[in-house]
Ligand binder design. Sequence first.
Ligand SMILES: *[C@@H]1O[C@H](CO)[C@@H](O)[C@H](O)[C@H]1NC(C)=O
Ligand SMILES: *[C@@H]1O[C@H](CO)[C@@H](O)[C@H](O)[C@H]1NC(C)=O
Ligand SMILES: *[C@@H]1O[C@H](CO)[C@@H](O)[C@H](O)[C@H]1NC(C)=O
Ligand SMILES: *[C@@H]1O[C@H](CO)[C@@H](O)[C@H](O)[C@H]1NC(C)=O
Ligand SMILES: *[C@@H]1O[C@H](CO)[C@@H](O)[C@H](O)[C@H]1NC(C)=O
Ligand SMILES: *[C@@H]1O[C@H](CO)[C@@H](O)[C@H](O)[C@H]1NC(C)=O
Length: 538
Amino acid sequence: MSNVAEHFHLLLTLPTELIIGVLTELDVLSLVKCKSVCRQLHDIIAETASFTYEIELAIAEQDDGTNCSLSVMEKLELLRNSQARWAELKWSSQRRYHMQDAGLWELFGNVLAQNTAGGSFAFVQLPSESRKIPERKWMVKPDTPRLVRDFGMDPSQDLLVLIELPQWSAGRMDRPHRIYMRSMSTATKHPLTTGSGLIEHSFYDPNTSYSIKISLDVLAIFFHATNDPSVNEFVIWEWKTGHKKLHLVGDEFGSFCLLSERHVLLSLISESPDGYDQAELLVVDFEQEDYHKKSIVNITHGFKLSLPAFHSSILLRSFAISSDPSPSWAPQSDLEAPFHVSQDAKIFVASIWVQKDALRHLILLIPQNTLLRHKNLLGPISNESTLAWEAWGPQGSRMTEKFTRNPSFEVWACHVYGTRFILSECSARSNQTFTLQVFDFNQRALRKAISQGQRISEIDVLDMDSLECNSSVCVTAPSVFPAGDIFREEVKTTLPYRWVSEPMPSIHPASSPMCAEDSIIVVDHFREDRGYYHVFTF
Ligand SMILES: *[C@@H]1O[C@H](CO)[C@@H](O)[C@H](O)[C@H]1NC(C)=O
Ligand SMILES: *[C@@H]1O[C@H](CO)[C@@H](O)[C@H](O)[C@H]1NC(C)=O
Ligand SMILES: *[C@@H]1O[C@H](CO)[C@@H](O)[C@H](O)[C@H]1NC(C)=O
Ligand SMILES: *[C@@H]1O[C@H](CO)[C@@H](O)[C@H](O)[C@H]1NC(C)=O
Ligand SMILES: *[C@@H]1O[C@H](CO)[C@@H](O)[C@H](O)[C@H]1NC(C)=O
Ligand SMILES: *[C@@H]1O[C@H](CO)[C@@H](O)[C@H](O)[C@H]1NC(C)=O
């Protein structure tokens, strides 16, 4: 310790510019530590905008932009403004977009995309006041495929992935699925594909539905078979070359999220050794698997995490996970974004429907680091490599039963962005008014808010009788499920969160909210004329 003190003593004899030069070499954690060493260092750090910006970026779980011409002072001001506005749910403008009739839509990378009845794609780059990103609208019409069954996109790579409507006769598809790599700006073959820009996949359920995710070179598609659930397939390709990296088949897995550049997370429903429904999460290191078609039992680099055991009277109806944006996502550099959500700051949302007498809806929120912390368990899937709920869940997650359930929860599925989770409520405790609620699981910002005196709630917000509290609160109280109701044992989760709500009397009560980086999107499809996406921009 005396050695360290001596170093600081020496450091402080240097001219300020040199001290700043030395501090510039430090990572943000060391900077924060130095700040508390002595008054002089504290002042130097606090008065140097680039240090303050670096520290506040880390607290906000944001990464600095790579192509932004604004000064550090300007970026710092934008960052503070954006954080403050989200903390109070005070957006700065509002606009709306018509819903197209054709029915396919996608919200990813802050672009809202819809297909039109005429076979075009209409894109809107959602604007941002707080990051100075302008709105941009454009439309493209691909020549092939002529009929699109579903699509995915990644604006940061100008990539549009189109799945052709399967051709079939007499109840059977007559050829494999065709998946096209197109450019979002031109709808022609993507320039970075090395081959034909077409991937074929032999999967012959004509009524398939799809989930499509892209992260850098990875294209992951879940093929949900509607006819015969035992033939669900999950495939990861390298989209530029068309090479397959992972190919799973089975009826246990129901949804997936990309968890990191090499890990994928799958939700599993299976039967426990004593014959009851059980829910598990599976992490797979797909870089270490091969492309051969296999079932989950044959995975060589994976591990499972158990959810708590259900009570014997419970039937597990569905278990699906989601997260946004994808692991390595960063905004396209020509947007000149000053900063963007950090790649390490994500929560995963599990939506669990169970049946006791009535259907009940549970939500489980899990930060990325809770899942990746245990990657030392990667190996062949076996009972031994399954992590028990008690070892990861109670402190590392938050599980709650939604106060009012929205039947469209799974339809308008973009509830999460980075560490924020959004939910609406229209119930007795919100006076039958559509009320937005944002739950933020950014732990650094939460600790800062608490240290600055923000109110700490003694009860979980979802247990409150009334939502009249219109200021932000920090919830550190546990969420508790009593033993013998949904779960066999008592289930208590304690991951803290910040909560803020806002009544919106002009919104139709059954509307659904979605979350993007700088916007809240409320989907209102209950009008007589046509539906709207109402976009509230920060
Ligand atoms: C598949 O979808 C078609 C068209 O929607 C429908 O007519 C058919 O009954 C479905 N087949 C099965 C087996 O669900
Ligand atoms: C592993 O699980 C299976 C079924 O879930 C069970 O039959 C088997 O006994 C378990 N093996 C061990 C070593 O616990
Ligand atoms: C799993 O691996 C075993 C042994 O290699 C093999 O016999 C079996 O067919 C595989 N099962 C699946 C579904 O891939
Ligand atoms: C940075 O943004 C400008 C303005 O949009 C753009 O012209 C330029 O190509 C971008 N630079 C890089 C390296 O992408
Ligand atoms: C709901 O209405 C009651 C009575 O009018 C009022 O006291 C309460 O503040 C209202 N709550 C909200 C959330 O508006
Ligand atoms: C809550 O809302 C009421 C009425 O809308 C307002 O007077 C009050 O200042 C608000 N409180 C906070 C903490 O924002």
